[in-house]
Design a protein around this ligand. Structure first.
Ligand code: SAH
Ligand code: SF4
Ligand code: F3S
Length: 441
């Protein structure tokens, strides 16, 4: 069958969005579009967008300005905006950014072929319907980039936690879980293709529930049972739902990786309440203690927001103190960005001065650098299992992979290949990377 044209697609935002891009690739391939990594060859440009912070949206708008150039060169070129910004802004985005032809929200990707037919007639096309049950369970993602070793599988969509600062419940809609059989089959298929690591994705994986009422620990165990040679990871866990049962399941399966991402956002009870996080500092610390009890080797990472509405110096100090207490191995750290129409935008004034937010963020980042370095230094002299992913970015003579704790490990190449496991003795480190040498198992 003749190709309908070439599609170039660019993705912003979280792993869920990257995973959605693979679903879009699959739908478009089935409708006879060819994907291209070269934007200048494209007949169709898609940009899969993120709304989580204002600067995420600004980046997309700047990119749309650049796309105008390609439209001048190729008048029939169609530009589509997908993902969270499409969902948040709807037709407004077409009014604001005239170069956009198609707007498609995260639950409407099956409608893409029809929308493109409309766009072909010169009309603007839009579908931002959210769904209570769309999981794209029957669509096999087309994984174009990536290393062939580690892959992501979306196991649920949407979020109903309504943290007061967050747009995701508005851009992604109702929470729904994907049929477990399709998840396990996809994971097994990937293993047979040579993949050795699967990350199960959802905004809050701990509230996964299939139609028979089975929860996340059961699903995780089923995926882990595919092979001891398959590593399994998952993200993200909401502290309010992290159960002992999950930790026991992890402890029972050595191939479930020893790393948990547990976003805390703030160390202050007062701020946590305003954020509608539904847990206290004490609860969070209790969960950390449970992790340390069941999984003493487990790495911990987190997300932190600085300068949320009314945050005082005292609140900020409590965040720093909690970071020191937990001793995070890694953190994603952000300045609070007020998002239109969220609960916080309506009720909690964005009243922390920009320079105060920046200074607090810097203190948080500086502390995390120290904590990461401290954690990495403790690994020197230890030997760990590393799944090789690729050549190191800096040198062709080195390989790079990650250990169970999700730390990047770089070491001199022998005749090993990506996808193989090796034992590496750690000899040096930076805050971001461990270095070592391969040793016999
Ligand atoms: N579902 C995940 C995270 C989704 S968004 C969870 O609940 O942890 C990823 C991170 O972006 C959040 O954890 C939070 O730290 C940050 N974030 C979300 N909204 C934000 C906002 N309005 N301003 C700044 N950071 C934000
Ligand atoms: Fe946003 Fe909270 Fe849902 Fe995470 S749990 S996606 S921060 S509303
Ligand atoms: Fe961004 Fe949407 Fe993900 S807002 S972080 S792309 S769910």
């Amino acid at each position: 069958m003749e190709t309908k044209g070439k599609l170039y697609i660019e993705t912003y935002g979280c792993q869920m969005n990257f995973s959605d891009t693979q679903i879009v690739n699959s739908i478009m391939t089935d409708h006879h579009f060819e994907t291209t990594p070269h934007i200048e060859d494209a007949d169709l440009i898609f940009i899969n967008t993120c709304s989580i912070r204002d600067n995420a949206e600004k980046r997309v708008r700047a990119r749309l300005q650049e796309f105008k150039r390609y439209k001048k060169q190729k008048p029939g070129l169609v530009i589509g905006v997908l993902g969270c910004m499409a969902e948040r802004l709807k037709e407004q985005l077409i009014e604001q950014e005239k170069m956009v032809d198609v707007i498609v929200g995260p639950d409407a990707y099956r409608d893409l072929p029809r929308l493109l037919d409309v766009a072909e007639t010169g009309q603007k096309a839009i579908n931002v319907m959210l769904s209570a049950d769309e999981t794209y369970a029957d669509i096999s993602p087309v994984r174009l980039d990536g290393n062939g070793v580690a892959a992501f599988i979306s196991i649920m969509r949407g979020c109903e936690n309504f943290c007061s600062y967050c747009v995701v419940p508005f851009t992604r809609g109702r929470e729904r879980s994907r049929d477990p059989k399709t998840i396990v089959d996809e994971a097994a298929g990937l293993f047979n293709e040579g993949f050795r690591e699967i990350t199960l994705l959802g905004q809050n994986v701990n509230s996964y529930k299939d139609d028979n009422g089975n929860g996340f620990p059961g699903l995780l165990a089923q995926v882990a049972a595919i092979s001891p040679e398959l590593r399994v990871r998952f993200a993200t866990s909401h502290p309010k739902d992290l159960s002992d049962e999950l930790l026991q399941t992890m402890a029972a399966w050595p191939n479930i990786c020893r790393s948990i991402h547990l976003p805390v956002q703030s160390g202050s009870d007062r701020i946590l309440k305003l954020m509608n996080r539904k847990y206290t500092r004490e609860w969070y610390i209790n969960r950390i203690q449970a992790i340390k009890k069941y999984l003493p080797e487990c790495a911990l990472s987190t997300d932190i927001i600085s300068g949320f509405s009314s945050e005082t110096e005292e609140d900020h100090q409590q965040t720093l103190e909690l970071m020191r207490y937990v001793g995070y191995d890694y953190a994603y750290m952000f300045k609070y960005s007020e998002r239109p129409n969220t609960l916080a935008a309506k009720k909690h004034k964005d009243d922390v001065a920009e320079e105060v937010k920046s200074r607090r963020l810097k203190e948080i980042i500086d502390l995390q650098q120290k904590l990461s370095l401290k954690s990495n230094k403790q690994d020197i002299g230890k030997t760990c299992e590393v799944l090789i992913e690729n050549e190191s970015k800096k040198s062709k003579n080195e390989l790079s992979g990650r250990n169970s704790q999700n730390k990047v490990v770089v070491f001199p190449k022998g005749n090993q290949q990506p996808g193989e496991y090796v034992q590496v003795k750690i000899t040096a480190c930076t805050p971001a990377t461990l270095r070592g040498i391969i040793v016999e198992a």
